[in-house]
Design a protein around this ligand. Sequence first.
Ligand code: SF4
Length: 293
Amino acid sequence: MHFTGRTWRPPYEAGSFIIQATSGCTHNQCRFCNLYKNEPFRLSPLEEFEEDLAELARYQPTAKRIFLTGANPFAMRYEKLAERAFLIHDYLAKCQTIAMFASIRDIKDKKVWQLRRLRALGINGLSIGTESGDDSTLQLANKGYTSKELIAQCRKLDEAGIEYYFVYMTGLAGSGNGRRNAINSAKVFSKVNPRFISIDSLTLFPDTALYQMAQTGTFTPAGETERLRELQLFAQHLQIRTHLFANSISNFYPITAFLPKERNKLIDELQFIIDTVSEEEMLQYRTNLHALG
Ligand code: SF4
Protein backbone atom coordinates (compact mmCIF):
# COMPACT_ATOMS: atom_id res chain seq x y z
CA MET A 1 0.00 0.00 0.00
CA HIS A 2 1.24 3.51 -0.79
CA PHE A 3 1.07 5.26 2.56
CA THR A 4 3.31 8.31 2.69
CA GLY A 5 3.69 10.85 5.48
CA ARG A 6 1.12 10.99 8.23
CA THR A 7 -1.84 8.65 7.94
CA TRP A 8 -4.69 9.85 10.09
CA ARG A 9 -8.24 8.63 10.48
CA PRO A 10 -10.89 9.41 13.11
CA PRO A 11 -11.35 6.84 15.92
CA TYR A 12 -14.90 6.07 14.77
CA GLU A 13 -13.57 4.90 11.39
CA ALA A 14 -11.56 2.11 13.04
CA GLY A 15 -13.70 -0.52 11.29
CA SER A 16 -13.17 0.99 7.81
CA PHE A 17 -10.49 -0.01 5.33
CA ILE A 18 -8.18 2.84 4.55
CA ILE A 19 -6.65 3.85 1.25
CA GLN A 20 -4.56 6.92 0.61
CA ALA A 21 -6.25 9.20 -1.90
CA THR A 22 -4.36 12.37 -1.01
CA SER A 23 -1.68 13.31 1.50
CA GLY A 24 -1.18 16.57 3.36
CA CYS A 25 -3.75 19.35 3.61
CA THR A 26 -4.72 21.91 0.94
CA HIS A 27 -5.13 24.60 3.62
CA ASN A 28 -2.42 23.79 6.18
CA GLN A 29 -2.92 27.14 7.91
CA CYS A 30 -5.08 26.47 10.96
CA ARG A 31 -3.23 28.12 13.84
CA PHE A 32 -3.66 25.25 16.31
CA CYS A 33 -2.74 22.42 13.93
CA ASN A 34 0.63 20.77 13.40
CA LEU A 35 -0.60 17.62 11.65
CA TYR A 36 0.75 18.18 8.15
CA LYS A 37 3.25 21.00 8.79
CA ASN A 38 6.00 19.57 6.62
CA GLU A 39 3.90 17.63 4.17
CA PRO A 40 2.80 19.39 0.98
CA PHE A 41 -0.59 18.44 -0.43
CA ARG A 42 -0.41 15.64 -2.97
CA LEU A 43 -3.07 13.82 -4.94
CA SER A 44 -2.21 10.14 -5.18
CA PRO A 45 -1.80 9.30 -8.88
CA LEU A 46 -4.60 7.14 -10.22
CA GLU A 47 -2.22 4.21 -10.96
CA GLU A 48 -1.03 4.24 -7.35
CA PHE A 49 -4.61 4.37 -6.06
CA GLU A 50 -5.62 1.48 -8.33
CA GLU A 51 -2.66 -0.65 -7.21
CA ASP A 52 -3.73 -0.16 -3.59
CA LEU A 53 -7.30 -1.08 -4.44
CA ALA A 54 -6.14 -4.26 -6.17
CA GLU A 55 -4.07 -5.17 -3.11
CA LEU A 56 -6.96 -4.45 -0.74
CA ALA A 57 -9.34 -6.50 -2.92
CA ARG A 58 -6.96 -9.48 -2.66
CA TYR A 59 -7.06 -9.48 1.16
CA GLN A 60 -10.45 -7.90 1.93
CA PRO A 61 -12.70 -8.62 -1.05
CA THR A 62 -15.86 -8.03 0.99
CA ALA A 63 -14.83 -4.61 2.41
CA LYS A 64 -18.00 -2.57 2.98
CA ARG A 65 -16.69 0.81 4.05
CA ILE A 66 -13.62 2.58 2.69
CA PHE A 67 -12.03 5.58 4.36
CA LEU A 68 -9.92 7.72 2.04
CA THR A 69 -7.00 9.26 3.90
CA GLY A 70 -5.35 12.66 3.60
CA ALA A 71 -6.55 15.78 5.42
CA ASN A 72 -9.17 16.54 2.79
CA PRO A 73 -9.61 14.19 -0.17
CA PHE A 74 -12.95 15.93 -0.74
CA ALA A 75 -10.88 18.83 -2.12
CA MET A 76 -10.67 16.81 -5.34
CA ARG A 77 -12.82 18.04 -8.18
CA TYR A 78 -16.15 16.28 -8.71
CA GLU A 79 -14.86 14.38 -11.75
CA LYS A 80 -11.83 13.03 -9.88
CA LEU A 81 -13.90 11.93 -6.90
CA ALA A 82 -16.42 10.21 -9.18
CA GLU A 83 -13.59 8.47 -11.06
CA ARG A 84 -12.16 7.10 -7.79
CA ALA A 85 -15.58 6.02 -6.54
CA PHE A 86 -16.19 4.07 -9.77
CA LEU A 87 -12.78 2.40 -9.40
CA ILE A 88 -13.55 1.40 -5.81
CA HIS A 89 -16.75 -0.31 -6.94
CA ASP A 90 -14.88 -2.03 -9.79
CA TYR A 91 -12.55 -3.70 -7.29
CA LEU A 92 -14.80 -4.00 -4.24
CA ALA A 93 -18.25 -5.13 -5.31
CA LYS A 94 -19.59 -5.18 -1.75
CA CYS A 95 -18.45 -1.65 -0.86
CA GLN A 96 -21.40 0.42 0.36
CA THR A 97 -19.86 3.66 1.58
CA ILE A 98 -16.79 5.76 0.92
CA ALA A 99 -15.97 8.16 3.75
CA MET A 100 -13.24 10.79 4.13
CA PHE A 101 -12.19 14.07 5.75
CA ALA A 102 -13.54 17.23 4.15
CA SER A 103 -13.41 20.93 4.78
CA ILE A 104 -16.21 23.44 4.33
CA ARG A 105 -13.95 24.98 1.66
CA ASP A 106 -14.02 21.72 -0.34
CA ILE A 107 -17.81 21.71 -0.73
CA LYS A 108 -17.97 25.19 -2.28
CA ASP A 109 -16.96 24.18 -5.81
CA LYS A 110 -19.51 21.35 -5.96
CA LYS A 111 -23.08 21.81 -7.11
CA VAL A 112 -25.96 19.98 -5.41
CA TRP A 113 -26.51 17.73 -8.46
CA GLN A 114 -22.84 16.74 -8.30
CA LEU A 115 -23.09 16.03 -4.58
CA ARG A 116 -26.16 13.87 -5.30
CA ARG A 117 -24.21 11.92 -7.91
CA LEU A 118 -21.35 11.41 -5.47
CA ARG A 119 -23.83 10.20 -2.87
CA ALA A 120 -25.27 7.77 -5.42
CA LEU A 121 -21.71 6.52 -6.00
CA GLY A 122 -21.43 5.69 -2.29
CA ILE A 123 -19.62 8.79 -1.01
CA ASN A 124 -21.13 9.29 2.42
CA GLY A 125 -19.73 10.12 5.86
CA LEU A 126 -17.69 13.31 5.64
CA SER A 127 -15.69 14.17 8.76
CA ILE A 128 -15.57 17.96 8.82
CA GLY A 129 -13.18 19.62 11.28
CA THR A 130 -15.43 22.62 11.83
CA GLU A 131 -14.00 23.33 15.34
CA SER A 132 -16.38 26.28 15.89
CA GLY A 133 -19.34 28.14 14.44
CA ASP A 134 -18.37 31.46 16.00
CA ASP A 135 -16.91 33.89 13.46
CA SER A 136 -14.31 35.46 15.77
CA THR A 137 -13.06 32.01 16.75
CA LEU A 138 -13.01 30.76 13.16
CA GLN A 139 -10.96 33.81 12.26
CA LEU A 140 -8.61 33.42 15.23
CA ALA A 141 -8.03 29.78 14.26
CA ASN A 142 -7.63 30.79 10.61
CA LYS A 143 -10.01 28.10 9.41
CA GLY A 144 -10.58 29.85 6.09
CA TYR A 145 -14.40 30.11 6.17
CA THR A 146 -17.18 31.92 7.99
CA SER A 147 -20.21 30.61 9.88
CA LYS A 148 -22.40 31.74 6.97
CA GLU A 149 -20.37 29.61 4.56
CA LEU A 150 -20.49 26.69 6.99
CA ILE A 151 -24.29 26.79 7.00
CA ALA A 152 -24.63 27.28 3.23
CA GLN A 153 -22.26 24.42 2.35
CA CYS A 154 -23.68 21.94 4.86
CA ARG A 155 -27.19 22.67 3.64
CA LYS A 156 -26.00 21.51 0.23
CA LEU A 157 -24.86 18.24 1.81
CA ASP A 158 -28.24 17.93 3.55
CA GLU A 159 -29.99 18.47 0.23
CA ALA A 160 -27.85 15.82 -1.43
CA GLY A 161 -28.38 13.36 1.45
CA ILE A 162 -24.67 13.13 2.33
CA GLU A 163 -24.13 12.36 6.00
CA TYR A 164 -21.46 14.38 7.84
CA TYR A 165 -19.87 14.72 11.24
CA PHE A 166 -18.54 17.85 12.97
CA VAL A 167 -15.82 18.67 15.45
CA TYR A 168 -16.15 21.31 18.17
CA MET A 169 -13.00 22.37 20.01
CA THR A 170 -13.36 23.77 23.52
CA GLY A 171 -10.78 26.35 24.61
CA LEU A 172 -10.10 27.50 21.06
CA ALA A 173 -11.63 30.96 21.56
CA GLY A 174 -9.17 31.75 24.35
CA SER A 175 -9.63 32.74 27.97
CA GLY A 176 -12.92 34.48 28.73
CA ASN A 177 -14.44 33.69 25.33
CA GLY A 178 -15.72 30.15 25.88
CA ARG A 179 -19.25 31.30 26.61
CA ARG A 180 -19.52 33.30 23.40
CA ASN A 181 -18.00 30.50 21.33
CA ALA A 182 -20.29 27.85 22.84
CA ILE A 183 -23.52 29.77 22.34
CA ASN A 184 -22.75 31.04 18.84
CA SER A 185 -21.44 27.67 17.68
CA ALA A 186 -24.48 25.83 19.05
CA LYS A 187 -26.74 28.27 17.19
CA VAL A 188 -24.89 27.78 13.91
CA PHE A 189 -24.55 23.99 14.21
CA SER A 190 -28.29 23.80 15.01
CA LYS A 191 -29.08 25.19 11.55
CA VAL A 192 -27.67 22.07 9.86
CA ASN A 193 -27.67 18.34 10.55
CA PRO A 194 -24.38 16.80 11.69
CA ARG A 195 -25.03 13.12 12.50
CA PHE A 196 -22.70 13.53 15.48
CA ILE A 197 -20.28 16.06 16.92
CA SER A 198 -16.88 15.06 18.27
CA ILE A 199 -15.55 17.29 21.00
CA ASP A 200 -11.84 18.02 21.27
CA SER A 201 -10.17 20.42 23.63
CA LEU A 202 -7.39 22.73 22.53
CA THR A 203 -3.90 21.49 23.31
CA LEU A 204 -1.12 23.89 22.36
CA PHE A 205 1.78 22.21 20.59
CA PRO A 206 5.07 24.15 20.26
CA ASP A 207 5.22 24.06 16.46
CA THR A 208 1.91 25.90 16.01
CA ALA A 209 1.12 29.57 15.44
CA LEU A 210 -1.27 29.61 18.40
CA TYR A 211 1.49 28.40 20.72
CA GLN A 212 3.72 31.24 19.50
CA MET A 213 0.86 33.68 20.08
CA ALA A 214 0.52 32.36 23.62
CA GLN A 215 4.26 32.85 24.17
CA THR A 216 4.06 36.48 23.08
CA GLY A 217 0.88 37.18 25.03
CA THR A 218 -1.41 37.71 22.05
CA PHE A 219 -3.43 34.59 22.93
CA THR A 220 -4.36 33.39 26.40
CA PRO A 221 -5.53 29.78 26.56
CA ALA A 222 -8.77 29.11 28.42
CA GLY A 223 -8.49 27.33 31.76
CA GLU A 224 -9.74 23.79 32.11
CA THR A 225 -12.79 24.68 34.22
CA GLU A 226 -13.83 27.28 31.66
CA ARG A 227 -13.67 24.59 28.96
CA LEU A 228 -15.99 22.28 30.90
CA ARG A 229 -18.43 25.14 31.39
CA GLU A 230 -18.12 25.88 27.67
CA LEU A 231 -19.08 22.29 26.86
CA GLN A 232 -22.05 22.51 29.23
CA LEU A 233 -23.25 25.65 27.46
CA PHE A 234 -22.66 24.19 24.02
CA ALA A 235 -24.79 21.14 24.88
CA GLN A 236 -27.42 23.33 26.51
CA HIS A 237 -27.86 25.50 23.41
CA LEU A 238 -27.76 22.81 20.72
CA GLN A 239 -31.22 22.47 19.26
CA ILE A 240 -30.77 19.39 17.12
CA ARG A 241 -31.02 15.67 17.64
CA THR A 242 -27.41 14.53 17.59
CA HIS A 243 -24.71 12.62 19.46
CA LEU A 244 -21.89 14.33 21.31
CA PHE A 245 -18.66 12.36 21.62
CA ALA A 246 -16.32 14.10 24.06
CA ASN A 247 -14.18 11.04 24.59
CA SER A 248 -10.90 11.69 22.76
CA ILE A 249 -7.78 12.06 24.91
CA SER A 250 -7.80 15.83 24.59
CA ASN A 251 -10.86 15.85 26.89
CA PHE A 252 -9.98 15.68 30.58
CA TYR A 253 -13.21 13.81 31.32
CA PRO A 254 -14.45 11.40 28.62
CA ILE A 255 -18.17 11.66 28.12
CA THR A 256 -20.73 10.88 25.41
CA ALA A 257 -24.40 11.82 25.18
CA PHE A 258 -27.34 11.62 22.82
CA LEU A 259 -29.12 14.97 22.60
CA PRO A 260 -31.65 16.07 23.59
CA LYS A 261 -32.41 12.96 25.66
CA GLU A 262 -29.20 12.92 27.72
CA ARG A 263 -28.57 16.67 27.84
CA ASN A 264 -29.21 17.10 31.57
CA LYS A 265 -27.20 14.01 32.44
CA LEU A 266 -24.19 15.38 30.51
CA ILE A 267 -24.50 18.83 32.12
CA ASP A 268 -24.76 17.27 35.61
CA GLU A 269 -21.77 14.98 35.08
CA LEU A 270 -19.65 17.91 33.91
CA GLN A 271 -20.81 19.91 36.92
CA PHE A 272 -19.68 17.10 39.20
CA ILE A 273 -16.16 17.29 37.67
CA ILE A 274 -16.14 21.09 37.98
CA ASP A 275 -17.12 20.78 41.66
CA THR A 276 -14.71 18.00 42.59
CA VAL A 277 -11.54 18.28 40.47
CA SER A 278 -9.09 21.16 40.84
CA GLU A 279 -7.93 23.33 37.94
CA GLU A 280 -4.33 22.25 38.71
CA GLU A 281 -5.12 18.56 38.36
CA MET A 282 -6.84 19.10 35.01
CA LEU A 283 -4.02 21.33 33.80
CA GLN A 284 -1.49 18.68 34.74
CA TYR A 285 -3.36 16.21 32.52
CA ARG A 286 -3.13 18.57 29.53
CA THR A 287 0.54 19.35 30.12
CA ASN A 288 1.26 15.63 29.82
CA LEU A 289 -0.38 15.34 26.39
CA HIS A 290 2.26 15.16 23.69
CA ALA A 291 0.14 14.42 20.62
CA LEU A 292 -3.42 14.61 19.44
CA GLY A 293 -5.69 11.64 19.08
S1 SF4 B 1 -6.98 21.45 11.08
FE1 SF4 B 1 -7.42 20.30 9.22
S2 SF4 B 1 -7.76 21.92 7.66
FE2 SF4 B 1 -6.70 22.88 9.36
S3 SF4 B 1 -4.50 22.75 8.82
FE3 SF4 B 1 -4.98 20.97 10.14
S4 SF4 B 1 -5.45 19.35 8.69
FE4 SF4 B 1 -5.58 21.27 7.55
